[in-house]
Design a protein around this ligand. Structure first.
Ligand code: KIV
Length: 263
């Protein structure tokens, strides 16, 4: 399993990091047998697994259950867990309680969206011995403040803000930083200026690593096609046609066969 030092070493060596989301034990078991560097129990699970319309609905209880499942399924992988909506804005005690529950459930690090208003809490979490991954650019927990899912850092003020936040997160001690939906040149510029690795999603090819939502990369949702997404499979169609065939066999009486039955 890699650790926080591997993240730095990979950046120094110029090797790219791969991260993918994971929410449950069965997909964790599959990912455990791949070379992917790191699993993210992202709060996107509120949308993907629970059908909510945003990550705002993720809670610590929800995250904790999914982290535990992923940890059981992928014992060899470095697991990062998202701190859910407002868990860092309600003061140190609430934040530390969340951190404790996610780490005891099996996470090796936590990811926190945003910077400025919560640097003090991020510092305390790191000082308590817990690695923190930052997350800047499009931060889905602030979706209503951002006015929707939009590319961030398109004007000079946005560039200055994200660049300053990235520097502050590095100075505070974050071991890596997710950059979501920012122009390629901003992704590249921040990646070059930091000593910690950046992991991009919709941030161009020059970040130090990439992250995708597993369900998006295997094609479970044909209606979700952001520009940055590359689909490696069409699992929606595989599941749909498999279940259609199964249904047809049941209705026709051809399943189960004699061989599939206990004589
Ligand atoms: O929750 C999530 O899946 C994420 C990634 C998109 C980076 O934060």
């Amino acid at each position: 399993m890699i650790n926080v030092n591997t993240f730095k070493q990979k950046k120094q060596n110029g090797s790219r990091l791969s991260m993918v989301t994971c929410y449950d034990a069965w997909s964790a078991g599959i990912l455990n047998g791949t070379d992917v560097d790191c699993l993210l129990v992202g709060d996107s699970l509120a949308v993907v697994m629970h059908g909510f319309d945003s990550t705002i609905h993720a809670t610590t209880e929800m995250m904790e259950l999914h982290v535990a499942a992923v940890s059981r399924g992928a014992p060899d992988k470095f697991i990062v867990a998202d701190m859910p909506f407002l868990s860092c804005s309600k003061g140190l005690e609430v934040a530390m309680d969340s951190v404790q529950r996610l780490m005891q459930a099996g996470a090796h690090a936590v990811k926190i969206e945003g910077a400025s208003h919560q640097l003090a809490i991020i510092r305390q979490i790191i000082e308590a011995g817990v690695p923190v991954m930052g997350h800047l650019g499009l931060t889905p927990q602030s979706i209503h403040n951002l006015g929707g899912h939009r590319v961030q850092g398109k004007d000079e003020a946005g560039v200055q803000k994200i660049t300053a936040d990235a520097r502050a997160l590095e100075e505070t001690g974050c071991f890596s930083l997710v950059l979501e939906c920012v122009p390629n040149d901003l992704g590249e510029c921040i990646s070059r200026s930091l000593s910690i690795p950046t992991i991009g999603i919709g941030a161009g090819p020059d970040t130090n690593g990439q992250v995708l939502v597993l369900h998006d990369l295997i094609g479970t949702n044909p209606d979700f096609s952001p520009k940055f997404l590359r689909r490696y499979a069409d699992v929606h169609e595989i599941i749909r046609t498999s279940v259609q065939r199964y249904h047809g066999d049941v209705v026709a009486g051809s399943f189960p066969s004699v061989e599939e039955s206990y004589g």
